[in-house]
Design a protein around this ligand. Structure first.
Ligand SMILES: Nc1ncnc2c1ncn2[C@@H]1O[C@H](COP(=O)(O)OP(=O)(O)OP(=O)(O)O)[C@@H](O)[C@H]1O
Ligand SMILES: [Mg+2]
Length: 375
């Protein structure tokens, strides 16, 4: 699946924007703040029903306006039209003219892999970022997992509300057990799916890391979970007193982590900057392969500021990789048109260039023009 046309109205700094992408490499260049990343985010939004960067839709409306709209036409054998409108606190998402009653039903229809400078937070931030990465990847191709995860979150909220309402006083053990039973059953399934996922994903990831870095160190992903020791049912039972005092649930898959290692040492502490960069790009490329293996469809690859972020050798290797038939549509952003052209020189895939200009004031739309280089 690739995106053909994209239209934006009042989305972030774009007042009105019409773009017609090719099914090869699309390069968006322009100065800082001209809205390059925002265009990638709009494509991400159409696939994932939300912004990659900002979960508050109200803040995505162009300053001074009252709504935003993102309209995209995706192509494989057929055209799939996706339209998002947000205004007055209400979001509607339509596929081929039909409104979704649950946004969750749209997940998995269009896959995107977004490689951004913010990926570094996967390494530097807490376990929540890594759980989100894992869950996002599995959810794209496993509807059952998506439903289980959403049920688990609901059950966890209910159990926590129950603990809070008791305010440290003795609690009804029978009622607590009914919460524990349901949470344990769902949590156990999620744990098992994550374990299977990591086993499959790790080999894809290691291959990409080695290709990008040219290093011999063995990178590793370790599934960290208390559930390796005991079933969740037992953990919840044993943690009851602690949970009553803390007024929240201290055991479960919401506490799990995905540890990053390089030759058995924690990447965050011992990895060089270059190694960390290769590591996160390899994670995203493995995500690409995982989607492709599961669905048979090539995801849309969004490469934000890629040449800024990595050195020439790694950038060259990445371009060598993505120009292969294995990859489908790619949208790249960069501040320097000449640098992108240099990197893409010699690649035989179709290319199209877009140039954004910085708006004079925040309410004005950036001008845009494009030139196509034939295949
Ligand atoms: N709701 C909004 N209304 C108006 N402008 C917004 C809104 N949200 C974000 N912006 C503006 O969008 C601009 C950033 O756009 P974006 O991050 O896409 O730029 P960029 O071209 O990728 O820049 P860089 O080269 O620095 O990465 C900023 O100037 C920001 O203030
Ligand atoms: Mg940017």
């Amino acid at each position: 699946m690739h995106i053909g046309r994209l239209q934006l109205f009042y989305f972030k700094n774009h007042e009105e924007q019409h773009l017609h992408f090719c099914n090869g490499i699309n390069c968006i260049t322009g100065p800082n703040g001209s809205g390059k990343t925002n265009i990638l985010d709009a494509v991400y939004y159409l696939a994932n029903t939300k912004s990659f960067f900002n979960g508050i839709d109200q803040q995505l409306i162009l300053h001074g306006q009252e709504f935003f709209s993102i309209h995209g036409f995706f192509e494989n054998e057929n055209t799939t039209e996706i339209l998002v409108n947000f205004g007055k606190g209400k979001k509607t998402l339509k596929k081929n003219g039909k409104v979704y009653s649950r946004l969750i039903d749209h997940i998995g229809i269009i896959q995107t892999v977004f490689i951004t400078p913010y990926d570094i937070s996967l390494v530097l931030e807490g376990s929540e970022e890594r759980r989100r990465f894992m869950d996002f990847t599995i959810c794209q191709t496993d509807r059952q997992y998506l439903e289980q995860l959403s049920l688990y979150k609901k059950l966890l909220d209910q159990r926590n509300a129950f603990l809070k309402q008791a305010e440290g006083r003795p609690i009804d053990p029978v009622l607590l057990e009914t919460y524990d039973d349901r949470m344990a059953e769902t949590g156990q399934r999620i744990f098992e799916k994550r374990r299977d996922f990591i086993a499959e994903f790790t080999s894809y990831f290691q291959d990409f890391y080695k290709f990008l870095s040219g290093e011999t160190e063995q990178p590793g992903l370790v599934d960290v979970s208390e559930l390796h020791e005991k079933p969740l049912k037992d953990l919840l039972y044993l943690g009851r007193d602690r949970d009553r005092v803390m007024q929240r649930t201290g055991s479960g898959i919401h506490k799990d982590d995905l540890e990053f290692l390089l030759s058995d040492y924690p990447l965050k502490k011992y990895g060089s900057q270059g190694q960390i960069k290769s590591f996160v790009i390899a994670l995203k490329l493995a995500q690409y392969k995982y989607f492709l293996e599961k669905t048979g469809q090539k995801p849309i690859l969004l490469l934000d500021d890629i040449f800024e972020k990595i050195d020439g050798i790694r950038a060259g290797k990445l371009m060598e990789l993505v120009a292969q038939d294995y990859f489908g549509q790619i949208i790249i952003t960069d501040t320097h048109e000449a640098r992108v052209q240099e990197h893409l020189e010699g690649l035989t895939v179709g290319k199209k260039y877009f140039t954004l200009e910085k708006p004079v004031n925040t309410n004005a739309a950036p001008a845009q023009n494009s030139s196509e280089v034939p295949d």
